[in-house]
Design a protein around this ligand. Structure first.
Ligand code: FE2
Length: 275
């Protein structure tokens, strides 16, 4: 769950799968003269759509932070409420439909514990991202971390071939770009209720190339952002999701907090990206 608190004391709550769908909208339209599109396209987009579906296990329980009167959100959920097996169960669910997508999602989640293997980051939290605790980073480190069944899957997918491996690593890095862009919009790209300027660093331009670039995000209105260089295949492009505005009630019970979430009006959030 993504919980963004607003200056007026209310909060906008976005389900994790809706955050993932925002990421997937970028994925589906990524690529133009300057940036390579995803290859293979469908598995990479499919993985982006379901990359956080492990959160469904916890969202179904809908644990409420009764002190704040809101559902627990990412970054603030007590460890004992997390569902330990949810991410690997989700990877197996994806595996039955698309083994390539499953591997991408598995590497993504392993990477979240290792600063995304030192790849893509947002400048606004570069200091945090830079502190990698001495962990080995990069593609080889990511493949080292695979579990046996994932390593077998990688072999079956032909990822021992250098070209296929380079494509896979490009897709992994791109999933980080889409995830960070979505988090910027859904969660932490704001000062109060205004989007702030930021830069996505270390964005790869094509598979098999060492060239990395920066994409500047420059708000031009309450819900519009200029991206430069512009990476999408259509301009302007609308990205949208549904949020639930909730005005928290202090001293409400957990059940009352859950009822407030169920009753909250669904409110569309639409952002426009342009070059
Ligand atoms: Fe995510």
């Amino acid at each position: 769950m993504i919980v963004r608190e607003l200056p007026d004391g209310s909060a906008l709550v976005i389900a994790q799968e809706d955050h993932a769908d925002v990421a997937a909208q970028f994925a589906a339209h990524w690529g133009n003269d300057r940036f390579a599109a995803l290859t293979p396209f469908k598995p990479a987009v499919f993985g982006t759509i379901y990359h956080d579906s492990g959160h469904r296990e916890m969202e179904a329980d809908l644990p409420i932070d009764v002190e704040r009167g809101l559902p627990y959100g990412i970054g603030g959920t007590p460890p004992e409420l997390r569902k330990r097996d949810a991410d690997s169960n989700n990877a197996r669910w994806i595996q039955n439909r698309d083994p390539y997508a499953s591997l991408l999602v598995s590497v993504h989640h392993a990477g979240l514990r290792k600063r995304r293997y030192g790849t893509v980051r947002r400048r606004s939290n570069a200091a945090r991202a830079a502190a990698n605790d001495g962990q080995p980073l990069g593609m080889d480190a990511a493949f080292e971390d695979l579990e046996d069944w994932q390593r077998q899957s990688a072999e079956q997918l032909g990822l021992n071939d250098p070209k296929a491996r380079a494509d896979f690593w490009h897709n992994y890095q791109m999933l980080q770009v889409f995830d960070l862009l979505s988090l910027y919009l859904c969660w932490d790209g704001y000062d109060g209720d205004r989007l702030v300027e930021d830069t996505v660093e270390r964005v790869p331009v094509a598979a098999g190339s060492d060239e990395l670039t920066e994409i500047k995000l420059e708000p031009t209105g309450p819900r519009s952002v200029r991206m430069s260089p512009y990476p999408l295949d259509v301009a302007p492009m609308s990205i949208a999701t549904m949020a639930r505005p909730i005005t928290p009630r202090q001293d409400a019970s957990e059940l009352e907090g859950q009822e407030a979430y169920y009753r909250a009006p669904r409110t569309p959030l639409v952002w426009e990206f342009a070059d």
